[in-house]
Design a protein around this ligand. Sequence first.
Ligand SMILES: Cc1cc2nc3c(=O)[nH]c(=O)nc-3n(C[C@H](O)[C@H](O)[C@H](O)COP(=O)(O)OP(=O)(O)OC[C@H]3O[C@@H](n4cnc5c(N)ncnc54)[C@H](O)[C@@H]3O)c2cc1C
Length: 469
Amino acid sequence: MTVLNKLYDIVGENHVFEEQEGGKYGADWTHSYVFKPLAVVRPADTLEVSEVVKLANEEKIAIVPMGGNTGLAGGTHAQGALVISLERLNAIREIRKSSQIAVVEAGVVLDSLHTAVDDHDLIFPMTFGARGSAMLGGMLSTNAGGSSVLRYGNTRDLCLGLEVVLPSGDIMNLMSELHKDNSGYDLRHLMIGAEGTLGIITAAVLKLQPKPNAYATATVATRSLDEALLLLNSLQMATGGAVQAFEYMPDTYLEKYFKIFPTARQLFSRNYQHNIMVELGTTVKELCEMSPDGKIQLVHRLESILEQEFEVGRILEAVVAQNLAQRNEMWERREAAAEVTVSQKPLVNNDVALPLDKVSEFFQTVGDQLEALDPGIEPVCVAHLGDGNIHYAVWPKSQNPALHDKIVETVEEIVLSLGGSFSAEHGIGITKLPSMERRKNPVAMVVMRQIKAALDPNNLMNPGKVIPK
Ligand SMILES: Cc1cc2nc3c(=O)[nH]c(=O)nc-3n(C[C@H](O)[C@H](O)[C@H](O)COP(=O)(O)OP(=O)(O)OC[C@H]3O[C@@H](n4cnc5c(N)ncnc54)[C@H](O)[C@@H]3O)c2cc1C
């Protein structure tokens, strides 16, 4: 009996198929990685995932778990491997308003969870541009971030419990709803961010939050990045921590954005170097009320804070969204970043994290050093500035791969000298293996290899990702 026949027996003939190189399951989102999987299998539930993993172990076949396939680090590359797509595990098993939790399967698309919890006046606060495709299992496996991390934390912070199929095929049930549980090693946190190298996440218990009843959104030009940090702190002080997005778009990004979207509206009277989209959200009743001039009180609050900031010279110009259409327009400008970034090749992507008060120094240093390396190099950069996460992508002039590596090394060098990390929210996958090799603490690397060998002795679970050879 061939492996395919054995897979038919587990999941049914309709859910096992071959895939072309470059097809839906044969390339990553950026198409930087194009591959031909051995086959694609789409189990219906945790038991079927477990049976498929046991079979792969018997047959010594490499496995690559796949969610929405929107990852940006090549983590779903599956040349000759069995792709296990989690897309049929798409049930939202429970939403419990009283304890503000959702129990979801790994294949639930982020947008579907947003819609489902909205009916209960709750939010799952994680959000980013790929929310229409990214799945909860993939987000947990990459510990995704996004634009609301400064208020609600990353995916790790929003997860109470997990169910995982281990490389042996055993099902590890950690589906706890507890906020406190110190019963030994926290294996949930070992699995979150492991990018499918230690097991397959099949279900999770997630934390929800009360739905803000009012938002106030603005785009602001600040004098400098240091002034932007002071603005963030003022906003947090004046609103009791209601800032839920603080997103940076330098002039170099907006230039490219307007080339791709020429009909988009210019917000300011002139171009500024430092542009920030800020959003406040609140559940406080008084701030959600409408004032006599038809504006929500929170919008008034934001306007008055920005006026004060203007008077002290911290901000140069500001536009506050006056309706939902204007709010959406501001978000579209920011969320087009992935599309703008991949619109030109070659592309060198750097997803780095910095201490908040070092971001300005990073920008002052990095541009000159890269220009010296590759004259004419163009940054196409945006940032989740509120949590120190910079997407410092560049379009090099040179086609030389060795120079592209040098660009990454140079960015890393600056980041590490400022106490930052070479990987903020996109993970390691394949793209960042050289950085892991160079930069990760060697003792930590030994421990990671020991954990991998203990859980996956045959090295079949997403091999060649996260841990350098
Ligand atoms: C337009 C766009 C905007 C983005 N913006 C952001 C952003 O702001 N912040 C951010 O953090 N990320 C962002 N991303 C990337 C982000 O990592 C992914 O969108 C998301 O987290 C991955 O989910 P996915 O279901 O697509 O996972 P996939 O791409 O399918 O998989 C990602 C990794 O997880 C593994 N995996 C998938 N499912 C499972 C599972 N159930 N169990 C174990 N392993 C699994 C895969 O093997 C792979 O290694 C963006 C991507 C795009 C395309």
